[in-house]
Write a new protein. Structure first.
Length: 416
């Protein structure tokens, strides 16, 4: 007797995902980044300056709030990834969590808009991270569910393009909306509207109820661990992503304050928007091309390595050329490097996943490498800026960390 075929949701995809599917998923991804980066680039910094108690530095308040949110993000991403792996809905494993996540994220942004204390601000931001990570975990897992390995660089490129457009749109909305409250409300509305086309028009492969894994606390907790001995490529890929993202997080965390306090820009909010736009233009010029090129030649490591080196050079410019032209050049180079890294590293990550049944959980563990730098960066950055040499030392440290991450990609053996 032949063994019954595995359900579509648990098999390696062989057919190309359509352009409409890719476009809708990319738009939903960009909408989530609007919900994250409108606050991160502008609104949280302004709110921290308003709500900081007398005698408390605004940098410390911002570091504490963003660090708390990043801790929530680290837990939420693999948790909701594991839950989506086990969701036997007729709408698929991922779509219900995308919808629930963006609706919850919009509500949390509205709550954050009304925060009148540092504690309320921290609570609101933690709820934003909790809910939007539910949607992000599902979106990330949808790619290996639906896209063959040889096409993931290209799809990763479109997701990366949507990500940076989301960063630009979030920064723009936060800048032009007319205040902190209006900025949060604008980001909340965009987050929901951007996800609706995917939710309404596309369905994921459904997991039959009889094939749903048991939901046990022990299994969920096990999902937070990576065994370097059993999965060394996954561990090295995780460490590469963590270090490069940590260098990037250190470079971007205090950008508003850098423009205001070091470069003395008369309009630092507008300066952040200009730098974000420059970064976006160069990133968009490389993110899709890098993914397509990587798919065509069938290699990932060289792209990740040289993208990391270029980002290191850009961060070094912020340390050694502290002028407005230097900041513009750094933003352009960071865009080129991060564009290639975003698409190709995503494809690389999907190729080191251990099992199809746990894609959401495993990608959630990998995505901790995106969130953990948001915790580590404030811990490192605040004392460096305040006591250990200021912004020149901060950006030098960021460059060194990013370069180490780029070099470690060579330790991965199973992906060229």
């Amino acid at each position: 007797m032949s063994r019954p075929a595995a359900p579509e949701a648990l098999t390696e995809p062989t057919e190309r995902a359509g352009r409409g599917w890719t476009a809708a998923l990319s738009l939903a991804n960009g909408a989530i980044w609007v919900g994250w980066y409108g606050p991160l680039q502008i609104l949280l910094a302004l709110q921290a300056a308003e709500l900081a108690p007398p005698g408390t530095a605004k940098e410390s308040v911002l570091a504490w709030v963003t660090g708390a949110g990043a801790v929530v993000s680290m837990v939420a991403n693999p948790l909701f990834g594991a839950l989506s792996d086990r969701t036997a809905s007729r709408f698929g494993r991922r779509t219900p969590w995308i919808l629930a996540g963006v609706l919850g994220g919009a509500g949390a942004l509205v709550l954050l808009a009304g925060a009148g204390t540092v504690a309320g601000m921290a609570l609101g931001w933690c709820l934003v991270q909790l809910t939007l990570n539910a949607a992000f975990a599902a979106i990330t897992a949808a790619v290996p569910d639906r896209v063959p390995q040889g096409r993931r660089g290209a799809v990763g490129g479109w997701l990366g393009a949507a990500q940076i457009l989301g960063v630009v749109a979030g920064t723009g909305l936060a800048t032009v909306a007319g205040g902190v409250v209006a900025g949060y409300l604008a980001c909340a509305g965009f987050t929901v509207l951007g996800a609706l086309p995917y939710v309404l028009l596309h369905r994921d492969p459904a997991l039959p109820a009889g094939r749903r894994p048991a939901l046990r606390l022990r299994d969920l907790l096990a999902g937070f661990r990576i065994s370097p001995r059993r999965h060394p490529d996954l561990a090295w890929a995780w460490l590469t992503r963590f270090l490069i993202n940590l260098g990037n997080a250190l470079a971007l965390l205090y950008l508003l304050y850098y423009l205001r306090d070091v470069l003395h820009r008369p309009d630092p909010d507008g300066g952040v928007l200009v730098l974000t736009a420059v970064n976006a233009v160069t990133l968009l010029g490389t993110v899709v091309v890098g993914g397509f090129w990587s798919d065509r030649i069938g290699r990932r490591q060289p792209f990740v390595l040289w993208a990391g080196v270029l980002m290191t050079v850009a961060t070094g410019l912020l340390a050694g050329w502290q002028t407005w032209p230097g900041a513009v050049c750094a933003a352009a180079l960071l865009g080129v490097g991060f564009g290639v890294f975003t698409s190709v590293d995503f494809a690389l990550m999907t190729q080191v996943l251990p099992a199809a049944a746990d894609r959401g959980k495993d990608l959630g563990v990998i995505n901790i490498a995106n969130a953990l730098p948001q915790v580590a960066a404030p811990v490192l950055a605040a004392p460096i800026v305040q006591h250990l040499g200021g912004y020149r030392v901060l950006y030098g440290v960021a460059a060194a960390i990013g370069l180490l991450g780029a070099l470690l990609v060579r330790r991965i053996r199973g992906v060229a």
